[in-house]
Design a protein around this ligand. Sequence first.
Ligand code: SF4
Ligand code: SF4
Length: 173
Amino acid sequence: MSVVSKENKNVWYLPGILTGLRITFKHLVKNIFNKKQMLTLNYPEEKYEYSPRFKGNHILTVKKDGAIRCTACMLCATNCPAECIKITASEHEDAQVEKFPISYEIDMLRCVFCGFCEEACPVDAIRLGPEWQTPGKNGSNFIYDINHLAYRPQLKGGVQSAVDDQDRHKAGI
Ligand code: SF4
Ligand code: SF4
């Protein structure tokens, strides 16, 4: 970066334009012959690979049988600083399952991707995954429901929770 002094009264701009074109042409040739070193990413054909720890779009995990892992305890919603999680709980027909969410929604336009929901969850039912793209044409697309959070095509049938019910019951949790 160069600093242009106010005293510079040079109004002859052609050398400046030619210098700029020379630099542009130099980078063009360099990029054509050395694509691996190219700094520009040709998005969306090329996507940046973030760290596996990147906190992107939310995932609701599932149990071994594919059912939603969430127990509708509301800890994530209580801890969410943006108040963007809305859960409706219901009793489960299986006596061993105390509660489950019949509805779980996250308003992605309010979410600040802080990860507090993930931290608060006692059964690894919610995670912030590596996806970061949230395209959509109107506001309603950004309220992610339970089906999108747990079973969207990118998740290939669902991501299994690390907390197993049988292990949990054995531990008396
Ligand atoms: S990442 Fe933060 S703001 Fe977003 S839903 Fe979770 S707790 Fe709320
Ligand atoms: S996602 Fe986790 S913290 Fe949130 S309601 Fe479900 S079990 Fe509780």
